[in-house]
Design a protein around this ligand. Structure first.
Ligand code: 48F
Length: 254
């Protein structure tokens, strides 16, 4: 076959523009493509919600790609093993209740499942603000290309509308901080010390709607609640992402 360079360009532009126009209005906007965000996206999509995930970096995966100190392995405890099994992620038993999975396989299979279920991933896009109108709810995101932010260019963003936002931005709890900074009633207590048992045990209690229309999951949930961190054990991230999806789906009547 004879290749035409302009056809290649047209294919990319047409496909992505169609997707971006379609996703200007969605049910759930997940911010952050780490383990909790991807897990939230896959469950939301499987429940029939129209979901878009925004990740500011080039790659999806957040803190899961790097495993523990660049050893590309993650530990998952008994309670969350079912999530690994659900997505066909191989896990080797270590000591009773502790399983070890490959971080690259874990990210890849969760991401692939989310794509198959219909979630759209927007990498290289940074969420820089939220939309809150007279009803006092978070009802949209303000987004811009990450390279624009990195270069410090003064270029105005674009906006998307959604029925719920999930802050899955990890330790920084970026979206929650944005809301708090602008006067939203959202107290942020900040992350506590390393204490895996406590951090993992409490994370589901902290996974919730923290401001009308805004849910927190993963490490962002613990950071908002003043809860401890846990390091490279990832069961809490997976279960928190799933819990956030269930809460959003229930709130949106799915
Ligand atoms: O940090 P991250 O992996 O969050 P998580 O899902 O998982 C935490 C674990 O990786 C680990 C841990 C538990 O085992 O302690 O740290 O809670 O992923 C957060 C993602 O959000 C992106 C960021 O690049 C990262 O990939 N992110 C942060 N701020 C923004 C953003 C933003 N403003 N717009 C878009 N993406």
């Amino acid at each position: 076959m004879e290749l035409d360079e302009v056809t290649i360009s047209r294919a990319i532009l047409a496909s992505q523009m169609e997707t971006m126009l379609d996703l200007l209005e969605m049910d759930v906007a997940v911010v952050g493509g780490g383990p909790s965000g991807i897990t939230c996206a896959v469950y939301c999509a499987e429940m029939g919600l129209k979901v878009g995930l925004f990740e500011k970096k080039l790659s999806i995966g957040g803190g899961m790609w790097g495993g523990g100190m660049m050893f590309p392995r993650i530990v998952v405890q008994e309670e969350a093993k079912e999530v690994l099994d659900r997505f066909g992620i191989a896990a080797a038993a270590f000591e009773p209740g502790y399983y070890v999975a490959r971080s690259v396989e874990s990210v890849s299979k969760l991401t692939a499942a989310a794509c198959t279920a219909g979630a759209e991933f927007f990498n290289l896009i940074t969420v820089e603000d939220v939309v809150v109108r007279a009803d006092g709810r978070v009802s949209g995101l303000v987004v811009n290309w990450s390279p624009v932010e990195m270069a410090g260019l003064h270029i105005d963003p674009l906006m998307v509308r959604c029925r719920a936002v999930v802050d899955a931005t990890g330790h920084d709890a970026t979206i929650a901080h944005m809301v708090a900074r602008k006067g939203g009633d959202l107290p942020i207590r900040g992350e506590g010390f390393m204490w895996a048992e406590r951090a993992e045990g409490n994370i589901l209690d902290h996974t919730k709607e923290v401001f009308p229309g805004l849910y927190v999951c993963g490490m962002a949930a613990n950071a908002v609640a003043g809860e401890c961190r846990m390091g490279p054990i990832f069961g809490g991230m997976l279960l928190s992402g799933r819990r956030a999806a269930e809460m959003v789906a229930a709130a949106l009547g799915h």
